[in-house]
Design a protein around this ligand. Structure first.
Ligand SMILES: [Zn+2]
Length: 501
């Protein structure tokens, strides 16, 4: 069945559904909610950030196995003297904030097919969406540049980008091969993805509960009205399923902690994003890669792994070696040694620190507790508290009359047990992100109210982490053959089967 997927970036489930129930999103109500299901219990993935959290909708996979564990990442295996050169950074680090976004297509694990690749015999379109691998028609978000330049003076705003996305949809569906030079398909696409960034931009600038966000959502609703009208005019409405989803919510922020600067004060040479020219020339002991500004990967050099000098530059560390858990617990800094996990988990702006001990065991640290996550086989997870208070607060969650500790549960059972928790789905989400070799040695989830870097203008909303406010997203499905109960918890990666049904 033909389908249309509309990705509303950065929509919080509660704000979205509150506006829907107040009748403030009449087009979404009429064309989507009334013709299908509004899933109340849908969760995105970790990291809850633009880019990596788009991929689950379009591939059915988590960011970990897809090997894109952040909107920014560092690949320690690629930073060695063997591939040293002026363009080495192209291989060993990525920043999808900006034009590098399109590298996501080649960075993503090629064994996992995108929906465009799965539908390779049909016409497909990717409108403003950075993930385009296999799409027949690609309309890149050039309007983003306009919004970046003219947005601050109010001439061309992010809401205009959303409007233009819907207009592009209209053009793609209404026009035929007559205008071949405009790269238009000769028939309406069997699948199209339409990306609207306006709500996310308003949330970062004004806060996720601001009236600006509500205004941007009302504009999205209006644009979805245009999309529905296009389908009605072309007599495609009754045979097309429409899915609306979001890649993450946001939590309000007004406190900014400079994590990279903190690590330099303890005596490490830190490389952080956006990488400046001078930083790019120097050597470093640590890299900090922040996503959505509420989560961070920290990559640390292993000890005793110094590289030899070579003709152009001296590379201080062999980054192919990863520090072991014991090394992190007794890590060499400028003045002696410190347990770097303890040091960071006791910082006020930090809620959780995650560390992978090996392929099947990860640790969860908070300022006053330590838990452990184990994975067995393909799909069984266990969580236990080994010291102090439960860092995830799962002690209050009861499953089948028992607390979900020390029990092997599969991913669906974890989702059901924790979908309404303060930190939902963590055992599954942390296990999956560490499947990526591009993940940090330490992964940080910041505390509510705080983010981990200062951008200008200062952000009023943050995401990337595991708080319910950023993990819970709206997911609405109209006119699908796929059967869903409104109270059934789903992850955004379940949307792929719905779009393909
Ligand atoms: Zn986003």
């Amino acid at each position: 069945m033909p389908s249309v997927f509309i990705l509303v970036d950065g929509a919080r489930a509660d704000v979205f559904y509150e506006m829907l129930s107040q009748g403030l999103l009449p087009n979404i109500q009429k064309h989507v909610a009334e013709r299908g299901v509004a899933v109340r219990n849908a969760l995105t993935v970790f990291p809850s950030t633009t880019g990596p959290a788009h991929a689950p909708f379009l591939t059915g996979a988590f960011p970990g196995p897809l090997n894109i564990p952040g909107i920014r990442w560092f690949d320690r295996r690629k930073n060695s003297y063997q591939n040293y050169g002026p363009l080495a950074w192209l291989q060993f680090e990525r920043d999808y904030v900006g034009p590098e976004a399109f590298a996501m297509n080649s960075d993503m694990n090629g064994k996992i097919k995108t929906i465009f690749e799965k539908l390779k015999d049909l016409t497909t379109a990717s409108i403003f969406e950075p993930i385009t691998r296999g799409a027949k028609f690609v309309y890149p978000p050039l309007a983003n540049v306009m919004a970046k330049v003219f947005g601050p003076i109010g001439l061309f705003t992010w809401e205009h980008v959303d409007t233009l996305a819907a207009r592009t949809f209209e053009m793609v569906y209404r026009c035929s091969a007559l205008v071949k030079w405009m790269k238009l398909p000769s028939e309406p696409p069997a699948f199209s993805a339409v990306y609207m960034p306006g709500v996310d931009e308003a949330s970062h600038e004004h806060g996720p509960l601001s009236k600006n966000v509500r205004h941007a959502l009302q504009n999205v609703d209006k644009q979805i009205g245009h999309i529905a009208k296009t389908l009605i005019d072309l007599k495609l409405y009754d045979e097309t399923s429409i899915v609306i989803g979001s890649d993450h919510g946001l939590r309000p922020t007004n406190l900014h902690f400079d994590l990279a600067k903190f690590l330099s004060t303890v005596g490490l040479d830190v490389r952080s994003f956006p990488v400046t020219f001078l930083q790019g020339l120097g050597e470093f002991d640590a890299t900090v890669a922040i996503s959505g500004n509420g989560m961070a990967h920290i990559y640390l050099a292993a000890e005793g792994a110094e590289e030899k000098a070579f003709p152009l530059q001296y590379i201080k560390h062999n980054w192919r070696r990863k520090p072991k858990l014991e090394t992190l617990e007794n890590y060499k800094i400028r003045k002696g040694r410190v347990n770097i996990i303890d040091l960071i988990s006791h910082l006020l702006p930090v809620q959780h620190v995650f560390v992978a001990e090996n392929k099947t065991t990860s640790h969860v640290y908070s300022c006053d507790g330590h838990g452990i996550i184990r994975k067995k086989g393909r799909n069984e997870y266990l969580y236990d508290v080994i010291e102090g208070k439960d860092p995830l607060g799962y002690d209050s969650i009861v499953k089948d009359g028992k607390i979900a500790y020390r029990e092997w549960l599969n991913d669906k059972e974890w989702l059901t047990a924790t979908s309404e928790a303060q930190f939902p789905d963590v055992p599954v989400q942390v296990s999956q992100i560490f499947e990526s070799a591009r993940s940090g040695d330490l992964i940080i989830n910041s505390r509510m109210g705080w983010d981990l870097m200062l951008e200008l203008p200062p952000h009023r909303g943050t995401h990337g982490g595991l708080h319910a406010a950023e993990m819970r997203v709206p997911l609405l499905i109209a006119n699908s053959r796929y059967e869903i109960k409104p109270n059934q918890p789903l992850r955004t990666l379940d949307a792929l089967d719905i779009l393909l049904a």
